[in-house]
Ligand binder design. Sequence first.
Ligand code: CUA
Length: 318
Amino acid sequence: MQDALQPAGVQADTIFGLWNFTLALCTIVFAAIVLAFLYALWRAPRGTPESAPDLAPLAHPEKRVHRTVLWATVIATVGLVMLLVADVWTARALARLPLKEAVNIELIGHQWWWEVCYLDEDPAKRFTTANELHLPVGRPAIVALKSRDVIHTLWVPALHGKRDMIPGRSTTIALRADKQGVYRAQCAEFCGLEHALMALPVTAEPPAQYERWVQGQRQLAPAPDSDSRKRGRDIFMGTTCVMCHTVTGTAARGTLGPDLTHLASRPTLAAGMLPNDRANLQAWIVDPQRFKPGANMPAHPLPGPQMHALLDYLESLK
Ligand code: CUA
C-alpha cells in the first residue's frame, strides 16, 4: 500500500489532518468563488443600454470595486495565515515523536536501489540488508539518510512525508509505524533513468516477529548443504559476482551492489520491482538490462547447469 490518505503511523496521521484542513479550506474558497461568479451572472444587466434604457448606471462604481478588492484581500490573507499556522503546527507535532528505545538505521540511496544498515553499539549485532525495511510496530526508528551518488528522496506515504538523501551529507527522519502491514516506499526525487523503479517495501510487524527477523539477519549465511549449492557457491565466488556483492562469512565482500547475505528472505528483487522467486531471479541475472536499462548490474547468461547451481546457492541464502 502506498497511500498518504491511509495513515499507518502517528506522523502520517498528523499530515493527513493537515491535508484534510487544506482540502476543507480550499473547498470553501472554491465554493465561494463559484457562488460569487453565479451571483454576478444573475445580477448582470441584460441587453444594451439602448434596448433597456431604464437601466440606471451604478452609483459610485469605483467605491464598489475598492470595497470588493479590500474584502478579497482580507479574506485571502486570513486563509493563507490559517494555512501557515496549520503547517507550522503540523511540523512541530511531527518533530515531537518520542524517541525512547528507538531502532537506529542507516539508509543509503544508490542508483537505483536501497542499502539498509541496522546499527548497534555492539558491532557484532550490526547487519546490512537491501531493498527492504523492517520496523517494529509502536517503536520509533531513527533513520539516517545518505546517498552514494545523486540526490534521492525517501517517501513512505503511509508513515511520513518526504526527506531528501543528499550525497556528502546526512539527514535524519524519525518514523513510527502504529499498524502492522507492508507499506510501499518510493524514491521521490528524480535520480536518473530508473527513478520510477526505485521502490522499498517497508514491513511493520509485531515486536516479537521483528526480533525474530533481526536474529535471522544477524546470522552468517548458511554453508551450502548440497553438491549443487556448493557448485553454485563456487560459481558465485569465481565469477564477477564477488566484485560487487557481499555474502557475510564468505570471501564475497563487494560493496557496489546489494548485500546478498539473506537474499532469499527478501520480498522483492531489484528494489521492489519483481517478486523474489526463482524464475525472476534467473531472468534478472541473465539480463538485468531488460528490466532496468542503465542499472549497474551486468548480464550473466550462464549455461543451464551452472545457472541452476547458482540459483540453488542463492536460494539457500535465507
Ligand atoms: Cu532515487 Cu529517484
